[in-house]
Ligand binder design. Structure first.
Ligand SMILES: Cc1cc2nc3c(=O)[nH]c(=O)nc-3n(C[C@H](O)[C@H](O)[C@H](O)COP(=O)(O)OP(=O)(O)OC[C@H]3O[C@@H](n4cnc5c(N)ncnc54)[C@H](O)[C@@H]3O)c2cc1C
Length: 484
C-alpha cells in the first residue's frame, strides 16, 4: 500500500501554493487529509513565486497604501473583457487582506509591499520566495498536525460514485505501484498545463517554438484531465501568463529562470525592438505590462531588441528602466551587464549578435540591411526631436542608437503558468456541463477558471499566487461545510 490508510476525508492533488493552503486548512479543520505530489520535491511553481496580491492588508495600511477593492474588480473584469467571473473576483478581493494575514499568522514573513511595472502596490513580497512559505511554514505545520504527505506519487484517475464518495487512483512513480483510495472530498491543485506541449497546442494559439515555459516543469494538465473526466466543464483555457521578451539559452533547461541582468536588459526594457523585417512595430514601453508585451511580441514573426554601448553604460551607472520581478529589481544598477554580454558573445550564444556597424549587425542577424539602417536612423531622429512620431512612446524612453559596438538580441516569449481549465463556482467547486456543482470536488489555483481572460493582469501584481493560496483555503473551508 502506498498510503497509510485507504480512506480519507480530503485528498489534495498537488503541493504548490493552492495544494498546501488547502491541505493545511483542511487539516486544521480536523479532517484526515492526504496531500499527494507527483514530483520528488513539493511546492511546484509556487516555489519560485515572489509575492501575493491583496488589497486592504495590514501591510498596506501600515504604509498608507490604499487600493480600493471596487476599482480592482472593475479593472480586472474589464481587462478580461468580462471573461473573468466578477463573483469569483469579488470573493477573492474580499478575502485577500485576511489571506495575507493568515499566512503571516502561520509564520510567513514579508519583505514589504510593492508595485510592478505601471501597476498598483498590491504585491506582498514574502521573504525567501514561495519556497520559504511552503517549506518553512505551510508544509511543516501540515505534517506536524498529522497531515499525510506523499511525494513521487501521482494522481492518475478520479471517479465519483453515486453515494457521493470519490475514488482517486494513485501511482508511486518510483515503484510503479498503483492504489485506489477513497475520499469524501478531492481538491485539484495540480498547477495547470503549461508543460504539456500537446495540451498547449490543442488549447491555446501560442507558437510553442517561441514560448519558453519558465516554471516547475510539472504543470502537465493532470488536474484538468481529472476534473474533465468526472464531468467538469471546460472553461478558460487558451491563456498563459506571458512575460515579455526572454532569451532562450539552448544550454540551459528552459524551466530554469535566466536571472541575468543581460536577459532583463534585452527583454524587459522600453528600448528599441525590431521585427524580422528590421522595422519597429510597437511602442516598446508596452513592457510595463509584461503580459501585453508578450502579446505584442507574438504579433510579429521574429523580434530583436537592439542596445548600443551608451545605453549599456547608462543602465550600469543609473539603473535599468524595468526589472523582472524581484529577480532583477526595477532601477537596479546593471553592473554585471557588460560582463554577461561579453561572456555570451565569447560563448557564441545563439541569441546575441555583436557588431561595429548597424550594417554588420543586420547581416549577422539576417535582417534587411537597408531597412534596419533606415529604422535606426529614423528612431534616432525621433530621439533628437524628443518625439516618437511612429508609435508615440514617451520621450523619457527614447535613446539614440549610435555608439558601437551594437548588440542585437533575439527575443522569445517567457511564460510562467497557464490559468484556467475547470469551471468553478465561487466556492471553487467544480461545475458540470449544466453548471451544477459536482459535490465535493474542487479546483484551485492554476487549474481553476474565472480569474482571467486571454491575458494576465500584471497591473495588480501577485494575483496568481494570491489566488492559489486563497482558492486552496476557500475550497477547504467550503469542503468543511460539505463534509458536515
Ligand atoms: C518564476 C515564477 C515566478 C512567479 N512569481 C509569481 C508572483 O510573484 N506572484 C504571483 O502571483 N504568481 C507568480 N507566479 C505564478 C505562481 O507561481 C502560480 O500562480 C502558482 O504557483 C500556482 O499555484 P498552484 O498551486 O496552482 O500550482 P503549482 O504551484 O505549480 O503546484 C502544482 C503542483 O501540483 C503537482 N502535480 C501536478 N500533477 C500532479 C498529479 N497528477 N499528482 C500529484 N501532483 C501533481 C505539481 O508537481 C506541482 O508541484 C510565478 C511563477 C513562476 C514560475
Amino acid at each position: 500500500m502506498i498510503t497509510k490508510n485507504n480512506e480519507y476525508d480530503v485528498v489534495v492533488i498537488g503541493s504548490g501554493a493552492a495544494g498546501q493552503a488547502a491541505a493545511l486548512t483542511a487539516k486544521e479543520n480536523g479532517n484526515s487529509v492526504l496531500m499527494i505530489e507527483k514530483g520528488r520535491h513539493t511546492g511546484g511553481s509556487a516555489n519560485y513565486s515572489e509575492g501575493l496580491f491583496a488589497v486592504g492588508s495590514y501591510l498596506q495600511k501600515e504604509k498608507g497604501i490604499n487600493v480600493s477593492a471596487s476599482s480592482v474588480l472593475k479593472e480586472e473584469v474589464e481587462y478580461s473583457k468580462y471573461k473573468a467571473d466578477s463573483r469569483i473576483w469579488k470573493k477573492y478581493l474580499d478575502s485577500s487582506a485576511e489571506n495575507v494575514k493568515w499566512l503571516h499568522d502561520e509564520g510567513v514573513e514579508y519583505e514589504g509591499v510593492q508595485a510592478m511595472g505601471a501597476g498598483e502596490a498590491t504585491w506582498h513580497i514574502y521573504k525567501g520566495f514561495g519556497d520559504a512559505v511552503i517549506h518553512k511554514v505551510l508544509q511543516p505545520k501540515f505534517e506536524k498536525i498529522g497531515g499525510e504527505l506523499l511525494t513521487s506519487v501521482s494522481a492518475i484517475n478520479l471517479k465519483t460514485n453515486y453515494d457521493g464518495s470519490k475514488e482517486v487512483t494513485i501511482k508511486d512513480e518510483a515503484t510503479g505501484d498503483i492504489q485506489t483510495i477513497k475520499s469524501k472530498v478531492v481538491i485539484l491543485a495540480a498547477g495547470g498545463y503549461l508543460n504539456n506541449a500537446e495540451m498547449m497546442a490543442k488549447e491555446t494559439d501560442y507558437d510553442l517554438s517561441r514560448l519558453i515555459p519558465v516554471s516547475s516543469g510539472k504543470g502537465t494538465g493532470d488536474g484538468l484531465r481529472l476534473g474533465w473526466s468526472v464531468g467538469g466543464q471546460k472553461a478558460g483555457t487558451g491563456m498563459a501568463m506571458l512575460f515579455g521578451g526572454y532569451l532562450k539559452d539552448p544550454d540551459q533547461p528552459s524551466f530554469k529562470m535566466m536571472e541575468s541582468q543581460m536577459n532583463v536588459a534585452a527583454g524587459q526594457q522600453p528600448l528599441l525592438w525590431v521585427n524580422e523585417n528590421g522595422e519597429r512595430f510597437v511602442d516598446e514601453s508596452v513592457i510595463y505590462n509584461f503580459s501585453f508585451a508578450g502579446n505584442a511580441l507574438y504579433s510579429q514573426n521574429k523580434v530583436y531588441s537592439i542596445l548600443d554601448s551608451s545605453i549599456i553604460k547608462e543602465m550600469a551607472e543609473n539603473g535599468n528602466f524595468m526589472g523582472l520581478g524581484v529577480y532583477v529589481k526595477r532601477g537596479q544598477k546593471m553592473d554585471k551587464l557588460q560582463t554577461e554580454i561579453d561572456e555570451a558573445v565569447a560563448q557564441n550564444k545563439p541569441y546575441i549578435f555583436k557588431a561595429d556597424t548597424i550594417e554588420e549587425l543586420a547581416e549577422k542577424m539576417n535582417l534587411p540591411k537597408d531597412k534596419l539602417k533606415a529604422t535606426i536612423d529614423q528612431y534616432n531622429s525621433f530621439v533628437e526631436k524628443g518625439k516618437d512620431e511612429d508609435f508615440g512612446k514617451d520621450s523619457k524612453y527614447l535613446r539614440s542608437v549610435v555608439k558601437a559596438p551594437f548588440y542585437g538580441f533575439k527575443l522569445n516569449i517567457g511564460a510562467f503558468c497557464t490559468m484556467g481549465g475547470l469551471k468553478v463556482t465561487p466556492e471553487n467547486e467544480l461545475e458540470d456541463q449544466n453548471g451544477d456543482p459536482i459535490k465535493g470536488v474542487y479546483a484551485t489555483g492554476n487549474d481553476a477558471a474565472g480569474l482571467a481572460g486571454d491575458t494576465y493582469g500584471p497591473n495588480m501584481p501577485g494575483t496568481c499566487a494570491g489566488y492559489a493560496f486563497y482558492s486552496g483555503r476557500n475550497a477547504a473551508q467550503n469542503a468543511q461545510k460539505y463534509l458536515k
